[in-house]
Design a protein around this ligand. Structure first.
Ligand SMILES: Cc1cc2nc3c(=O)[nH]c(=O)nc-3n(C[C@H](O)[C@H](O)[C@H](O)COP(=O)(O)OP(=O)(O)OC[C@H]3O[C@@H](n4cnc5c(N)ncnc54)[C@H](O)[C@@H]3O)c2cc1C
Length: 604
């Protein structure tokens, strides 16, 4: 079987870079240790080898489709959902009292990396079911938990998140779906939701939709949105009951992730759709953010994992394809010599290192972000608060860097294959199509960037940024103890200074009420900040590798650690300098993208 993920790299990140053993001191995770985590990772890999990776291509070639009211899905979806339910994978991070195993989020993310690299069409079915069940256990009544959660964690009933409507995509304040209170405490739901991932298919007996809607008379905007559980079929003493007037109107046909259904739902066409309020009225969006934030990290990991699999596919090709000859010292090529493998050409090596530096940097950031999530959720006091701030600050970058730069990585992977990269006989084109969705759903790159600059950087007077700076400085201090790493510490310092320079120009704009100007280039700021943050990840990986080489205490061979140092150096030479272009644009005073009332449109 082809390589699609590197387990040594994952173990290096978990144990030697991010010391996930720190988590075991939290009472919630005290029953875990390194060995039990490694067993879980190995089981996930065995499952991925057997039931995920072999079906990746087939799910693209036989996509989900809608016919006569039914959404047909690949048979493997049913098998994986059942096995996931039977073996406790869906609810693995849930509290034990709700049927879970309290597995740390850091480990769940590492497992997702393996599964998503194997087949990114399948994970969403499980992830959304877990995320929606988790919303019910966190905010719902005991009655809602009893009615729905066990079926969901067993993989029999699927869960979804229903936010988007035709007129309300990025702007959820425009949600129009209505909820009318009934005498028995339930609500009648009426409205439409589009683009609902896993919202209908053959693999589940029932669908438990977590729906954003407005209770009749609720205030306009996001302050009037509530959250409801709306099943496709009502539950009847633990079994499936009557149809609940949730009509599937179609399945969107897509350029990628074609094995993952994406449906259009109509709630209450016959005025007969019942829903139940989750948590407080009008607090729906705030509550839904629990699921959205988790889903953002999942999407980032899916992007990083898809790009990881693409990297290994192009690496294998580069190691097998002979083409051209290397230049001799006289500046000529000898036609009588055997052709070189393309991995010997500098430009191909550059493309491979680009992919490697992006995907390994991205996975490292995602593991660190997940670790903050664990300390936030299971920690206490000031430590909990600080980890919450770090989690909030890093989440938009952890979603966006892998999605945006993962596209670029796969593009380079496809280029490594030359003309074959464009042909369907080779898998690169599928990774290229599949990764394209990641910067669109769960908040587009534009929306993530507004969140980063407009909210996360400035929240609590910049406290989250200060905390992150402290973490980065700590890594720089450790790196500086090794002469070989000193030049890279300097480069990262310069990148941090660029971020500070830009903020010193932008933040006063917000303070003087010039918000449009403040946020106009938020996406360029995202590029700048996340490029620096991945530089921090590489310095951290480089320091761990250097330490292992010097002390001889690491678990991997010398070549493994040398490869980390080499890739770190590549990142600092080739990727970090894009911060300079971002800096130039962000410091430039010309206003070319803001709408000015007095002008005719210049975009014609
Ligand atoms: C395959 C797929 C699966 C999906 N799954 C789900 C799901 O399970 N549940 C669900 O609820 N939704 C789902 N979605 C919907 C997805 O989250 C939305 O498509 C996304 O949020 C963007 O909304 P939109 O498509 O309406 O684009 P729009 O909001 O119309 O955005 C169009 C462009 O305008 C930009 N833009 C919009 N507003 C602003 C602004 N204020 N400032 C700057 N730029 C702006 C955007 O960045 C984007 O580039 C899915 C979508 C797809 C394609």
């Amino acid at each position: 079987m082809a390589t699609y993920v590197n387990m040594d790299q994952l173990r290096f990140l978990l144990h030697e870079v991010h010391s996930m053993e720190d988590l075991f001191r939290l009472p919630r995770y005290s029953e875990f240790d390194k060995e039990s985590i490694d067993i879980l990772l190995d089981s996930a890999k065995a499952w991925a080898d057997q039931d995920w990776y072999p079906f990746y291509r087939d799910m693209d070639e036989k996509p989900a489709f809608y016919k006569d009211g039914i959404v047909y899905s690949h048979p493997q979806v049913k098998k994986v959902m059942k096995d996931a339910g039977d073996n406790g994978w869906i609810g693995m991070y849930f509290d034990r009292e709700h049927g879970g195993a309290q597995v740390p989020h850091t480990v769940v993310n590492a497992i997702n990396h393996i599964l998503e690299a194997a087949n990114n069409h399948l994970t969403g079915y499980l992830g959304l079911t877990a995320g929606s069940a988790h919303l019910i256990t966190t905010f719902g009544t005991q009655s809602l938990i009893d009615r729905f959660v066990a079926h969901m964690l067993a993989g029999k009933w699927a869960g979804t998140m229903c936010l988007t409507e035709p007129q309300a995509g990025s702007s959820l304040s425009d949600v129009k779906t209505m909820a009318y209170p009934q005498a028995d405490g339930s609500y009648k739901i009426k409205g439409q939701k589009i683009f609902i991932s896993g919202g209908d298919h053959e693999a589940a007996d029932n669908f438990v939709h977590l729906v954003l809607a407005r209770i009749e008379g609720a205030p306009a905007g996001t302050k009037g949105i509530s959250l409801f559980v709306v099943p496709k079929y009502l539950d009847n003493e633990g079994e499936i009951g009557a149809y609940n007037d949730v009509l599937t109107a179609g399945d969107f046909q897509k350029m990628g992730q074609r094995g993952y259904s994406t449906v259009h739902l109509v709630f209450g066409e016959n005025d007969n759709c019942l829903g139940w309020l989750v948590g407080e009225a009008n607090a729906g969006l705030k509550q839904m953010f629990q699921m959205m934030n988790g889903a953002r990290i999942d999407v980032g990991m899916t992007a990083a994992s898809t790009a990881t699999a693409a990297y290994y596919a192009s690496l294998q090709y580069a190691n097998e394809r002979p083409q051209g000859r290397r230049m001799e010292s006289n500046g000529r090529k000898n036609p009588n010599q055997e052709p070189a493998l393309i991995i010997e050409h500098a430009d191909v090596r550059r493309m491979l290192l680009k992919q490697k530096s992006i995907v390994e940097g991205a996975v490292s950031l995602l593991i660190e972000t997940a670790k903050y999530a664990d300390f936030y959720m299971a920690g206490e006091g000031e430590e909990k608060k600080e980890n919450q701030l770090l989690l909030e600050l890093l989440t938009p970058m952890a979603k966006t860097f892998p999605s945006e730069r993962g596209k670029e990585a796969i593009d380079n992977g496809l280029q490594v294959l030359g003309g074959y990269g464009f042909c369907t006989d080779f898998i690169l084109q599928q990774y290229y199509r599949d990764v394209r969705i990641m910067s669109l759903y769960e908040g587009t790159t534009g929306i993530q960037s507004l969140d980063l600059l407009g909210r996360k950087i400035t929240m609590e007077n910049g406290k989250a940024l200060q905390l992150l700076m402290a973490k980065i400085k700590q890594t720089m201090a450790e790196a500086e103890t090794y002469d070989e790493l000193k030049p890279y510490v300097k480069k990262l310092e310069a990148g941090l200074a660029d971020v500070q320079t830009v903020l010193a120009k932008l933040v006063p704009l917000a303070m003087s009420g010039e918000y449009e100007l403040f946020l106009a280039d938020a996406t360029i700021f995202m590029d700048l900040a996340s490029t620096v943050v991945i530089g921090y990840q590489w310095l951290k990986m480089g320091t761990a590798a250097k330490k292992a080489l010097v002390t001889g205490t690491g678990s991997f061979d010398q070549n493994f650690y040398e490869s980390k140092l080499h890739t770190m150096k590549y990142y600092f030479k080739y990727e970090l300098p894009r911060t300079k272009a971002c800096l130039d644009t962000l410091m430039n005073e010309e206003e070319l993208t803001i709408v000015r009332e007095e002008e005719e449109s210049v975009i014609i």
